[in-house]
Ligand binder design. Structure first.
Ligand SMILES: Nc1ncnc2c1ncn2[C@@H]1O[C@H](COP(=O)(O)OP(=O)(O)OP(=O)(O)O)[C@@H](O)[C@H]1O
Ligand SMILES: [Mg+2]
Length: 347
């Protein structure tokens, strides 16, 4: 893959409840990364309210893109292509970003690329950390990617850039979804992942022995049994007067999730003879998960810095860069893909 240097991609992300724009140079250097979160707007509903999310994107997107260009000290003339999240995500939210990007591409004459949000999460591992000066070594192929986000949990083998084979995926809830649902059971605020992590830091992870669905011989995941086990335990405890031991329940739940994710990923990496492991998606922000991956000695592990784990547009621009230098260009008539899977066929 050869390209003129530098190549600057403007990324746009509106798949859920973050309106984001970023400029990334040569697929790794973040020149700007602006995120307008709607978390406060949705918190009172305990989850994302789709119509409200799309309307908030409409209000915010222009200012967010302007800010991303300003912070990068660039005008559209200095950009080489626009990359926008095309799916998966909330249809009404995706439409806002895609249509805005199409308008921008039409007005500027810049090439446009529709990007898979899951691929973008994986590519966050190629971004230089904004929190560190040093440039970390790039991930090496073959690479086993564990994608753990709000809507997805899957193991994908990457044999090269933009090349994936799915080994397994969740059969029911995604890991992030399990964190969010269990947080609600424990009366913890939205978003659930950070709330569980916070509560768990004061709890005993061995207090309750929750099930680990290992699905022997398979690379799939299942978290609904674990969620139900927490629900049963909460109901049982609530039968007797007293305070719910939220911290112990959160810590025991978190440990069960981390245990399954880490052990299965390492086994799959061994089976596929992967050189390295990559962990990405919102749940990769979880401290216990990060510590467990960092402390294992079987494989080098790439985990994006905290600021790049949850939805952002730098990762979209980064994935867009690899498509751009690969020669891909999209026409302006593409639709959003709310259920777009990263890999169509399984092993
Ligand atoms: N520290 C944390 N510990 C555990 N989970 C976390 C943490 N921080 C965020 N999460 C979880 O990550 C999820 C959000 O991640 P992300 O933004 O990638 O999801 P999404 O974009 O909604 O879904 P997808 O990427 O699958 O389309 C939420 O479920 C949230 O609870
Ligand atoms: Mg996401």
């Amino acid at each position: 893959m050869a390209a003129k240097t530098p190549v600057r991609i403007l990324g746009l992300e509106t798949s859920c409840d973050e309106t984001a724009a970023a400029v990334v140079e040569d697929g790794g250097k973040i020149l700007s990364n602006v995120i307008a979160t709607q978390a406060d707007l949705h918190a009172k509903y305990g989850g994302v309210f789709p119509e409200m999310a799309s309307r908030q994107h409409i209000r915010t997107i222009h200012a967010v893109v302007e800010q991303a260009l300003q912070q990068a000290h660039l005008a559209l003339e200095n950009i080489d292509a626009i990359a926008v999240t095309q799916g998966p995500g909330l249809p009404g939210s995706l439409v806002v970003g895609v249509n805005y990007a199409k308008g921008l591409a039409l007005a500027s004459g810049l090439p446009l690329l529709g990007i898979n949000h899951l691929e973008a999460h994986i590519y966050s591992a190629w971004l230089a950390s904004p929190e560190q000066d040093s440039v970390l070594p790039e991930p090496q192929f073959p690479l086993l990617a564990l994608l753990v986000s709000g809507g997805h949990t899957e193991l994908d083998l990457m044999t090269d850039h933009l090349t994936y084979r799915q080994l397994g995926a969740t059969r029911d809830d995604a890991a992030g979804e399990a964190f969010d649902k269990v947080a609600r059971l424990l009366h913890l605020p939205y978003p659930g992942g950070p709330s569980i992590q916070k509560a768990a830091s004061d709890g005993n992870p061995q207090a309750y022995r929750f099930p680990r669905a290992r699905l022997e011989g398979e690379w799939d995941f299942s978290f609904s049994g674990l969620k139900t086990a927490v629900l049963r335990m909460v109901r049982q405890i609530e039968q007797t007067p007293g305070r719910l031991p939220v911290e112990d329940l959160a810590a025991s739940f978190q440990t069960a999730v981390v245990d399954v994710l880490v052990s299965k990923t390492i086994l799959a990496a061994q089976k596929c003879q992967a050189r390295e492991i990559l962990v990405a998606g919102g749940v990769s922000a979880n401290r216990a998960l990060r510590e467990a991956f960092v402390s294992q000695k079987s494989f080098p592990v790439h985990i994006p810095p905290l600021s790049l784990c949850t939805d952002n547009a730098a990762m979209v621009a980064c994935a867009g860069y690899y498509h751009f230098i690969n020669g891909r260009r999209d026409t302006l008539d593409f639709d959003v893909k709310p259920n777009w899977r990263l890999v169509k066929t399984e092993l």
